[in-house]
Design a protein around this ligand. Sequence first.
Ligand SMILES: Cc1ncc(COP(=O)(O)O)c(C=O)c1O
Length: 355
Amino acid sequence: MSTSAPSALPIPHSRPSLGEEEQHAVAETLRSGLIAQGARVAAFEQEMARRLGVGGGVATSSGTAALHLALQALNVGEGDEVLLPTYACSALLHAVRAVRAVPRLVDSDPLSFNIDPEAARRACSPKAKALIVVHSFGLPAELDALRDLGLPLIEAGAQALGALYRGRPVGSIGEVAFFSFYATKLITTGEGGMLLSSNERILSVGRDLREYDKKEDDRARFNYKMTDLQAALGLAQLEQLPGFLRRRQAIASRYQEHLQPLSLRLPLAPPGRTPVYYRYVVEGPLPAEHYLSRLRALGVEARRPVFRPLHRYLGLTGFPRAEAAWENAVSLPLYPSLRDEEIDRVVAAALQSFR
Ligand SMILES: Cc1ncc(COP(=O)(O)O)c(C=O)c1O
């Protein structure tokens, strides 16, 4: 394994895995002339629901759109409070704002990057109407403890498609779940998302609000539809998901094996939870920027895994674990299309940078 300066192009932080199956599926859809929402979207919804073991799905133009629909289907509206992790994607905050609800931010638990159930309990008030739980970086959150709070759970599965919580697929445990199929996600449709649930009322509200055409009343609706071109891509990707996840697991094991001797906090895999290693996030003693610049100099594009904790947008303090994660956490490249030689380069660069 070489520890010399990079000899090739920088290794990107993310890269979709797209091959002939995807090209074929999209070309066939194009040739059919039926490119808007149609049979392929319906098939993608059914296949996702089947794999998760839930009643149905509503495909959307993005994960944010799916969450927006989910909040409305749960009747979350003006003045209601929604609990959500502060160390998370800002899309969550935007969707909560869009229904004019009040975000109640919750810190992460001390060991993982997931929402802390005890902190969530403290944040619960009689106005709380729902809790958004993110399975951060592919590790299922503490769903049993969160369910004990008695609020409808919205599972944000964007980073954890295929992960298991006590043997059950993530996205099948809360009242409703949503996924994102953005280009960097576990499977992609370019942009796209899906709401999933076993509650027929939630599904039917989601389907109704997803489109505006041919309605009998003037309730505010959207154009949140997915196209058949995207769904064809999604179906081809879904076929490959088990292989993608095996590859992610194998890369994570390689990283684990080599980085274990360093004084770094590595991703957890607690009993009862099967992660999917959407991201390989490590925490060292120094600020993330220190490691990011060293990795960059060695040809590896690493990232802070969360752009900015949400409490910073709201000018709030008192989230020490999320602050520490934001300060120190570094996400290394990990995706199925990472070649063996690139894995070696990431390991070598990490050993040098985190030493
Ligand atoms: C947990 C989570 N929720 C929602 C989103 C937003 O999804 P989209 O970009 O498809 O709107 C993301 C995207 O990164 C995410 O990670």
